[in-house]
Design a protein around this ligand. Structure first.
Ligand SMILES: *Cc1c(COP(=O)(O)O)cnc(C)c1O
Length: 488
């Protein structure tokens, strides 16, 4: 089901006229009836450019389903009056009003920085009141003899809603769906007098954890919702993503297909586990990955299956959501410990982790540095992919897009590309293992941790609180352990 708010336009007038003249609908509205099209057109022309109101048509699966908006917008006191009217019985009881209101309230915060939204409702309109209360409006008072409508004296309630706390609260609601909160704590080492903290997403308690597990949980919620009966994804033989997906699929007894490029097929601990989980691995040259995926999916469909496709690395809005959630955990930690992280560093691959953190930062109006240390991709491509993910997610929650200058994607530490590393990375990794007891692999977290250190020195960052997110990859740590033993 899709619910979208579109600015009220001339072609919506016949709908409005029909809905307002409908007696069922009109019971608690206070229009002079019958409403006429020509008068409504006049009204529309007169309000179009006003800054004290905004009118939307609610589209339900692309069909006009009602009206919603804000009137009496008071820019000085940052408040406005809310109204909603659905276009008849068949749109009721579907959650349309609830979702449309949610979009409108977030939009009012984004667009006008509103602090308060209020509404009036007849005391007899009990059904509407239960909707308003569900949204989060609070009854503030009773207004006696508030309206006169055809000689009827009407008492009304006034309801109010605090917009900033609504917006914050809805971020929390997303988080409560999600049962993992990983620990954050201070490290023994400091760099340039900066205090270093770490968030241990490698300790997520499934399949060696990591950011791929955090994303995978949300994908499998969606798989359940979609009633899919098999999973298709892709990645190389060292893919943490493919390990986690094939592990959860095996646990749920769902067939799992993995498309894997022949170019990177040397066995690793991850590829061994993928085999152990019984995933069907289909190899092809990297240039044929897309056609192979399309072919497999259409074959599965022809056989009567309902396959679910996950992009490599858990890329996409659902993956982004996973790190919007992680950001909320970081905020909760900061609040409880009264610290503030000036910087957040982590390994950036497909950029989904970074996209989630940046989206949450934007939605919270925070001002801090979110620095992705690229482990493979170079600019401008790498940063552009992060930006596209950010804007795709922001659009899905009804927010304005941002530009490339808001994205710090650092490509100075990729060495010679994916999976390559140098002695400095190994030395740094060894020190973290010895001093703090934390394993980091040389492809992702070890490389990013080293890159963070170099970045801090190069940019002369001092006296800050810095958070590093450990994004997992334990099996790759063991792949690289031989090299770690030999480094001096
Ligand atoms: C995939 C991966 C990353 C990169 O995450 P993206 O969201 O793709 O940028 C970082 N660390 C580890 C251990 C990973 O497996």
């Amino acid at each position: 089901m899709s619910i979208v708010l579109r600015k009220f336009q001339e072609s919506d007038i016949p709908y409005k006229v029909k809905w307002i003249n409908d007696e069922e609908n009109n019971k608690f509205l206070h229009y002079d009836l019958p409403l006429r099209e020509d008068k409504t057109l006049e009204w529309f022309r007169s309000v179009q450019n006003r800054t004290d109101r905004i009118d939307y048509t609610v589209l339900y699966n692309d069909e006009p389903a009602g009206l919603i908006g804000l009137i009496n917008i008071d820019h000085k006191n940052k408040k406005a009056e809310y109204y909603i009217c659905l276009g008849g019985k068949r749109f009721k009881g579907k959650g349309i009003a609830y979702i449309a209101s949610d979009i409108l309230i977030r939009d009012s915060f984004e667009r006008f920085g509103l602090n308060k939204i209020y509404l009036y409702t007849e005391i007899d309109n009990v059904q509407a009141q239960s909707l308003f209360e569900k949204i989060g409006f609070v009854k503030e008072g009773l207004l006696k003899s508030d309206l006169l409508y055809y000689d009827r004296v009407i008492d009304r309630y006034v309801y109010g809603l605090n917009v900033p706390s609504f917006v914050n609260g809805s971020l929390k609601r997303i988080k409560s769906n999600n049962l993992i909160t990983t620990p954050i704590y201070e490290l023994n080492q400091r760099i340039n007098s900066n205090i270093l903290y770490i968030k241990r997403d490698d300790l997520i308690p499934f399949s060696f954890g990591g950011n791929k597990a955090r994303k995978a949980f949300l994908f499998f919620e969606d798989i359940k919702k979609e009633n899919a009966d098999c999973v298709v994804t892709y990645g190389s033989s060292s893919s943490n993503h493919c390990r986690v997906i094939s592990n959860i699929a095996a646990a749920k007894e769902l067939p799992c297909y993995i498309i894997s490029p022949t170019e990177d097929n040397s066995p690793t601990y991850n590829s061994m586990m993928i085999e152990l989980f019984g995933a069907k691995v289909i190899q092809c040259p990297v240039s044929e990955v897309n056609v192979t995926i399309d072919k497999l999916i259409s074959e599965l469909k022809t056989q009567g299956h309902n396959p679910y496709f996950i992009q490599g690395g858990g890329h996409g809005n659902i993956g982004t959501q996973a790190y919007v959630n992680a950001y909320q955990e970081i905020l909760d930690y900061e609040k409880s410990k009264e610290v503030y992280f000036d910087y957040i560093f982590f390994a950036a691959g497909t950029g989904t982790t970074q996209a989630g953190l940046i989206c949450a930062k934007v939605m919270n109006n925070d001002d801090r540095n979110i620095v992705g240390i690229s482990i493979a991709r170079k600019k401008p491509y790498g940063g552009q992919v992060v930006l596209d993910s950010v804007n795709s997610y922001l659009k899905s929650v009804g927010r304005d897009s941002i530009s490339l200058k808001h994205i710090t994607f650092v490509d100075d530490y990729v060495v010679d590309g994916y999976g390559t590393y140098n002695k400095d990375i190994l030395r740094t990794t060894k020190e973290v293992l010895i001093r703090d007891g934390i394993p980091m692999d040389p492809t992702y977290t070890g490389k990013a941790y080293w890159g963070m250190k170099e970045y801090i020195m190069k940019n002369k960052i001092i006296n800050k609180n810095i958070l590093f997110i450990h994004t997992g990859g334990a099996p790759l740590f063991f792949d690289g352990l031989g090299d770690l033993m030999n480094v001096r």
